[in-house]
Design a protein around this ligand. Structure first.
Ligand SMILES: [Zn+2]
Length: 168
């Protein structure tokens, strides 16, 4: 009798779980049409994370954050940014090469910071991406403008968007 009760309980619980989970699971099905709203939201969230990375670097440079805390928060934020970029990539596959994009975005944000901020000790060291090591540029690799982030064709020596010389 107790086994019958258990079995029924499991059946009901399983059914309820399936009922709750099914819309979530089916929502992630690959044939969901591209939603511009979702893409826009992801991009704004990613931008928010990039701004947070920038703020974090600023806090470290002015001495508000210890190196240890900076590394910890920075790694977490970059993980988030990569996560958003991966989701954006699913919705808009043309924005490939996530780590390069991330570096370009961060480089772009850095440019907007006043250069007068004092840098202490090893603060100059370029942050290293832990999730995906940047691969050396090879033939056929998508490149991005270091100034504006515009995609550069392999044969282009200058950015079609802003005219900045392309990096080798
Ligand atoms: Zn450009």
């Amino acid at each position: 009798m107790i086994w019958t009760t258990l079995f029924l309980a499991l059946l009901i619980a399983g059914g309820a779980a399936a009922f709750v989970l099914w819309p979530l699971l089916s929502h992630t099905a690959p044939d969901v049409p591209i939603e511009d709203d979702r893409l826009t939201e992801l991009i704004s969230r990613k931008d928010g994370v990039l701004v947070a990375i920038k703020d974090l670097e600023f806090d470290r440079q002015v001495g508000k954050l210890s190196e240890e805390d900076y590394e910890r928060f920075n790694a977490r934020l970059r993980q988030q940014a990569i996560g958003y970029l991966q989701q954006i990539d699913k919705l808009a596959p043309q924005s490939a090469h996530l780590d390069e994009m991330l570096e370009v975005e961060i480089a772009r944000l850095r440019k907007t910071r006043p250069a007068s901020v004092a840098v202490n000790g090893k603060g100059n060291a370029a942050p290293v991406l832990t999730a995906a090591a940047p691969t050396p540029a090879t033939e056929g690799t998508i490149r991005f403008c270091i100034n504006c982030g515009h995609t550069l064709a392999p044969e282009h020596k200058f950015c079609a968007n802003c005219g900045t010389a392309a990096q080798k």
